[in-house]
Ligand binder design. Structure first.
Ligand SMILES: *Cc1c(COP(=O)(O)O)cnc(C)c1O
Length: 338
């Protein structure tokens, strides 16, 4: 089995998203191991292409990439300053007055940023909390002030404009760079761009960036093929019975590799070139069974993620989103970066 990651496509996607927000610095979000694709490869490649601002969720993720990036790369920690965390060389995005005071006591003079809640109610300071510390926070010169949109993938959702207005109101008169947009926010247009944009999923070929170049191909090795007579069953729970005399291939990955069990009997296919072969029966932990009856010849490998079945198509079939498909990709694959 092999997971191939097209670094050139990631760079092209970054450049394309940066070009949508020409007045802004384009950061790169590389949390969750660059959405499962290998932050140790992706972050240095983006740095070489000129990116200087990186975002991860956890300080531990930041510490992992810090040695791989030159000192002028800024690594921002979205969870902020958690108690006991080593933030050497990192920039915590402080989410609450408690984080702010902890950080200023423990890291005076060191870089920090502020996250405000503009309505999502997930991370960041509420308007009243921000008012209470605003003067002190601004005096300490944050690197930037940010917030995050809840519905940016739905351009017509009224929450977008409401969050934009709330963010503007909370940051009025702050002489500090501002950041609001992730991938979806970039696509909402210039009102949302401010000084820095923070694309993640679009870099990796996922919606809502419909024009993204695909980044991931995943092919699975055929371990075995067998003839299954009409009426025989395949797989756990005997959920599938052959309607005709069939040829079934068993390939070498399963839900332990992030091929979601919800893809069982979902219409998901494996591809032999352009020919689609349906997954039959249940996805097991390490194995998937595929109906290859209509192939003249069974190849060594069948593709699960490919241009004919991109991550968002698989996500639809599994009832989830491209983000979850990517970040579920397991560690057993041989990853190659091209
Ligand atoms: C994950 C995340 C991003 C990137 O979002 P995408 O939708 O993947 O572009 C940006 N900002 C914050 C705060 C995030 O949590």
């Amino acid at each position: 089995m092999g997971l191939q990651i097209d670094l050139a496509a990631i760079l092209a996607n970054h450049a394309a998203l940066a070009a949508r927000a020409p007045g802004s610095r384009a950061a790169a979000v590389v949390k969750a191991d660059a959405y499962g694709l290998g932050a140790d490869r992706v972050a240095p490649a983006l740095y070489k292409a000129g990116v200087r601002d990186f975002f991860v969720a956890l300080a531990r993720e930041g510490r992992a990439i810090r040695p791989l990036l030159p000192p002028d790369a800024r690594i921002n920690i979205l969870s902020g300053h958690m108690a006991g965390e080593d933030l050497t060389g990192l920039t915590p995005v402080l989410n609450s007055p408690a984080q702010f005071f902890r950080d200023r006591v423990l890291r005076p003079g060191k870089p920090f940023a502020i996250q405000l809640d503009s309505g999502m109610n997930r991370l960041g300071m509420e308007a009243a909390e921000w008012s209470a510390i605003r003067a002190e926070a601004l005096a300490a010169r944050p690197e930037f002030i940010m917030s995050h949109l809840a519905c940016a993938d739905e351009p017509d959702h009224p929450a977008n404009a409401a969050q934009l207005a709330a963010f503007r109101a909370m940051t009025e008169g702050c002489d500090v760079p501002r950041s609001l947009a992730a991938t979806g926010g970039i696509l909402l247009g210039p009102d949302y761009h401010f000084d820095m944009v923070r694309p993640g999923v679009g870099l990796y070929g996922g919606m809502p960036f419909a024009e993204a170049r695909p980044v991931v191909t995943l092919s699975l090795r055929v371990i075995q093929t067998r003839a299954v007579a009409a009426g025989e069953m395949v797989g756990y729970g005997a959920t599938w019975h052959a309607a005709r005399d069939s040829c079934i291939a068993t390939v070498d990955a399963g839900y332990a590799d992030g091929i979601l069990r919800a893809l069982s009997s979902s219409g998901a296919q494996l591809y032999a070139g352009k020919t689609a072969c349906p997954i039959v029966g249940r996805v097991s932990m390490d194995l998937i069974t595929v109906d290859v009856t209509d192939l003249a010849e069974v190849p060594d490998r069948l593709a699960l993620i490919c241009p004919a079945q991109p991550i968002d198509r698989l996500a639809d079939l599994a009832g989830t989103i491209g983000y979850e498909v990517l970040t579920s990709l397991g560690l057993r694959y041989a990853r190659t970066w091209v």
